[in-house]
Design a protein around this ligand. Structure first.
Ligand SMILES: Nc1ncnc2c1ncn2[C@@H]1O[C@H](COP(=O)(O)OP(=O)(O)O)[C@@H](O)[C@H]1O
Ligand SMILES: [Mg+2]
Length: 360
């Protein structure tokens, strides 16, 4: 497994978030490297967005610590800070699972609004702006330059004066990221930025994220389901299932991890064990006639069918399906009760929220 970054930008330690009886995140610890793209993946309802909501101050965690260490050594304890301070002082920016642009404002105005804090300061909190003071004029010019830079980066400079809501979906997604970048973040948190994108748009997104990491030296925390994005650009991947970390490592390590495959394909641990167990028994039985032919006691039945490996597996699967619960391994019983009971509720609630098109 890959090791933790020595000097991480973000440290999440023993994070727990409960909503009444539902444990959305359960004792989660992970770190995000200073110059890395760290992906947070897992099935729907795993708790990914809740982690973002805790990092960005939208939720106050029930337990745990979230520390962001700036390059100059300054530490911010995010779990104790208000959301607007996390954005302004700790320099954490985010985008949401559902697009949240100001659709009636122009593309350029969306990027100017993101620089409101800087402009307000330069205006001396109103008067300098009203009288167009030189300090404010200079700050405004810088803000327009920054917006122009990002519009060029995402190839939307020609649409600067169009309403943001009229852009194609993929362009709106990239405009949101550009808007977040206009707040000068140190950590950029992106919640499913590739959702609904076609392969060409996903490719453009990949390039944009790599450029943010390599050219602007900004760390990215990425929630994503699109594996072409996750596996293509991530340095480190953390996998969540039912609020717990089930794996972490490089894309290669995570791709081949059994727990991850199980979580994504929905194969029960017990089912997998039973299949393997029955496969072994059937395979052993099939090889017995050969051993006997080589000198063991006569079997008295030369007409036993010869089974291919495929047939062995299929017999094993059928046998596994009909196996009695008594054959299932004792390890199943050690699963935490809270985790089991949270499952159906978590899934149902996630589906309900998704149907409504609301935040999850
Ligand atoms: N404000 C909330 N109140 C109650 N339950 C919530 C709230 N926010 C999230 N949850 C629940 O926490 C679980 C994890 O949700 P979420 O973090 O959105 O999952 P993911 O982003 O991995 O799909 C879900 O069961 C969800 O319904
Ligand atoms: Mg989510």
């Amino acid at each position: 497994m890959s090791t933790f970054p020595l000097n991480p930008l973000l440290r999440v330690e023993h994070l727990t978030m409960r909503f009444g009886g539902l444990v959305a995140i359960n004792d989660l610890s992970f770190q995000a490297g200073r110059n890395d793209i760290t992906a947070l993946i897992g099935p729907n309802g795993a708790g990914k967005t809740t982690v973002f909501n805790c990092i960005t101050g939208f939720y106050k965690p029930t337990e745990g610590m979230i520390t962001l260490s700036h390059d100059d050594g300054g530490d911010f304890m995010l779990e104790r800070m208000d959301d607007f301070r996390i954005a302004r002082t700790a320099k954490v920016a985010r985008t949401f699972q559902n697009i949240r642009l100001f659709s009636g404002m122009t593309v350029l105005e969306n990027l100017m609004v993101a620089q409101h804090n800087t402009l307000m300061k330069a205006s001396g909190f109103t008067l300098g702006g009203i009288f167009n003071a030189p300090g404010y004029k200079a700050a405004h010019r810088d803000a327009v330059d920054k917006a122009r830079h990002w519009l060029e980066t995402i190839s939307l400079i020609d649409r600067a004066d169009d309403p943001a809501g009229e852009l194609p979906y993929g362009d709106q997604r990239r405009l949101e990221i550009a808007r977040a970048m206009c707040t000068n973040p140190r950590l950029l948190c992106l919640d499913e930025p590739a959702a609904g994108l076609n392969p060409r748009e996903s490719d453009l997104l990949n390039r944009l994220l790599l450029s943010i990491k390599n050219d602007h030296k900004i760390a990215i925390l990425l929630i994503e389901h699109d594996m072409s994005v996750v596996m293509g650009i991530s340095d480190h991947i953390v996998v969540l299932d039912y609020g717990q970390k089930i794996a972490q490592g490089t894309p290669d390590e995570v791709r081949n991890n059994h727990a991850v495959i199980r979580a994504y394909l929905g194969v029960e641990e017990s089912e997998e064990d039973t299949v393997a167990e029955v496969e072994a028994i059937v395979e052993e039985a099939v090889h017995q006639p050969i051993e006997r032919e080589q000198g063991a006691a006569p079997l008295g039945n030369e007409d036993l069918p010869v089974m291919t490996t495929g047939a062995v597996r299929s017999t094993a699967r059928t046998a596994a399906k009909t196996a009695t619960p008594a054959r299932k391994p004792a390890a199943r019983k050690t699963k935490p009760v809270a985790k089991k009971s949270a499952r159906p509720v978590a899934r149902k609630a996630a589906r309900k929220t998704a149907k409504k098109g609301g935040r999850t």
